[in-house]
Design a binder for this molecule. Structure first.
Ligand code: BYC
Length: 478
């Protein structure tokens, strides 16, 4: 196991103490990071004691330590999964060669772009979620939110380490820029669409951690395959922390569904909203919104960038090692695309065969969609258990619905994936996507519940607490 310096100004297992130049550069970035955290991090509870886990090693057992921490004092550290000696590149055109420990000159721009794009999402999500603690439905939920936030901060540190350590002056400039862009700011927005959308209520937060963080899982997993070993090792350890974020989202939405089912069962035929719950229609529209924006995060269905990343052995497929074949050459993938058609003014969908390397964003999206479908089945099982008839179920919209990137972004589709005219989309928008009235309603439900062991009426209490503690634990000392 690599040596961990837990007590350094920047805790790390990358031997920062032996590289004074790098250490100085990162220590110079640290105050700017803390200024950003104070300005854009969680807007309440900054000075409160929060029961947080902190990464202290990369051991599978016991990698984290739980304690009360004030967030600005959180020990954001740089941890890479252990070096695997003699690791070889296992996909793309560099297969069989030793992994890169330095950035190959010909791939420098490509790699920097991948790292900057990934890095930008981390502070962005903290910015999007910054006011949510104020309306937390319980202290445990507040704690989970703040845990996610500090760990996104740590993920930013992980990426900034790569920029500083391997990209010289332009890496340092990119690291500075990461603290300058702002989620949703029209003048200096974050790079990817989903990270500029507002996330001001807890149903949206759970949908964000369910769907958008889950994109993160798949992107990180494909970067964990990278032939650039420091990136692979960084992402491997980030995935350990990411699992909690996904579970916050998936179980969060499950708890909303459970409470809604309870209200529907208690008073059949009565409006769930009137009873202070989240109706399934609103939930469906929130799912449609965040799922479609998260699908965008995989990039275009047909992408020469994706082909180049794979060819250069920089970004693999999900669980590349489980596949039989690692060149992705001489194979095709069918991608439905819209073709113009003189007899159909909105065009028509046709299947197009695309060389597999150009369809790798879509391959990764396939794995993601399957994972999301699994969660949907669990939520629907909850509705079924409550005895609600099959009309009351949640679904995932088609991957063509409401897209802003890729093949489908220039056309209109209904949630089933059928091409429709702009006028139909406009007329049905409020049925398919959250309307201002939905958002107003959700905002009206977000009354804070900050007493130990209490829960807001629109969501069921979680089945268990954190770190072996009960739900009735003072997770945040307000
Ligand atoms: N929004 O070839 P294309 C996470 C741009 S989330 C805006 O289709 P490509 C997290 C693209 O930049 C994981 N622009 O796509 C979650 C390009 O622009 P240029 C984030 C977009 O490049 C929650 C053009 O469209 N991980 O970790 O093959 C909380 C055509 O691009 C978008 C990564 O991003 C968009 N959605 O694939 C915290 C991994 N999509 O160059 C954290 C690294 C595309 O023509 N990034 N564009 O001006 C990548 O692997 C790829 O850059 C992408 C896009 C998968 C994002």
């Amino acid at each position: 196991m690599s040596d961990v310096d837990r007590f350094a100004r920047i805790p790390n297992n990358v031997g920062l103490g032996t590289d004074k130049r790098l250490q100085r550069a990162l220590e110079a970035w640290q105050p700017a990071y803390l200024d950003w955290w104070r300005e854009m991090g969680p807007s309440m509870a900054q000075e409160k004691d929060v029961w947080l886990r902190t990464a202290i090693s990369v051991d599978t057992d016991g990698w984290a330590h739980f304690d009360y921490v004030k967030m600005p004092e959180y020990r954001w550290g740089i941890f890479l999964a252990d070096l695997a000696p003699d690791r070889k590149i296992h996909f793309g055109d560099n297969s069989g060669r030793p992994v890169f420990q330095e950035v190959p000159g010909e791939y420098r721009n490509m790699l920097r772009r991948i790292i900057v794009t990934q890095a930008d999402t981390e502070p962005a999500s903290v910015e999007q979620q910054r006011h949510l603690a104020r309306t937390a439905p319980s202290l445990l939920d507040m704690r989970n939110l703040l845990q996610v936030n500090v760990e996104e901060g740590r993920h930013l540190w992980a990426m900034v380490y790569l920029l500083h350590a391997f990209f010289g002056k332009d890496g340092r400039e990119e690291a500075d820029e990461l603290l300058r862009r702002r989620a949703g700011d029209p003048d200096k927005p974050r790079i990817l669409g989903a990270f500029n959308q507002p996330c001001n209520d807890w149903v949206s937060f759970f949908a964000f951690t369910m769907f958008t963080d889950r994109d993160g899982k798949y992107q990180l997993a494909s970067l964990a395959e990278s032939g650039f070993d420091p990136l692979a090792r960084t992402c491997r350890f980030m995935l350990t922390e990411e699992a909690h974020h996904l579970s916050v989202g998936e179980t969060g939405l499950m708890r909303v569904v459970r409470r809604t089912a309870e209200l529907m069962k208690q008073h059949p035929g009565r409006d769930v909203r009137e009873q202070g719950g989240v109706d399934l229609g609103t939930m469906q529209r929130i799912i449609n919104f965040w799922y479609s924006y998260s699908l965008d995060l995989f990039g275009g269905e047909i992408s020469s960038n994706a082909a180049d990343f794979f060819a250069a052995s920089l970004k693999g497929r999900y669980q590349e090692e489980r596949r039989d074949e690692h060149t992705a050459m001489g194979q095709m993938k069918v991608v439905p695309v819209v073709e113009s058609d003189p007899s159909a003014p909105i065009g028509r969908l046709v299947n197009k065969e695309v060389p597999l390397r150009n369809a790798l964003n879509e391959v990764l999206r396939d794995d993601y969609v399957e994972d999301c479908e699994r969660a949907l089945r669990r939520w629907n099982h909850e509705l079924e258990k409550a005895g609600l008839d099959p009309a009351h179920r949640l679904t995932l919209p088609s991957r063509r619905f409401h897209r802003h990137q890729g093949e489908y972004s220039r056309h209109c589709f209904d949630p089933q994936g059928v091409l429709v005219a702009q006028a139909e989309l406009d007329a049905k928008r409020a049925q398919w996507l959250p309307s201002p009235a939905d958002m107003e309603f959700l905002a009206s439900l977000m009354v804070p519940v900050h007493q130990v062991g209490k829960i807001a009426p629109w969501i069921a209490a979680p089945a268990r607490g954190v770190d072996g503690k009960p739900f009735e634990f003072e997770y945040v000392k307000l």
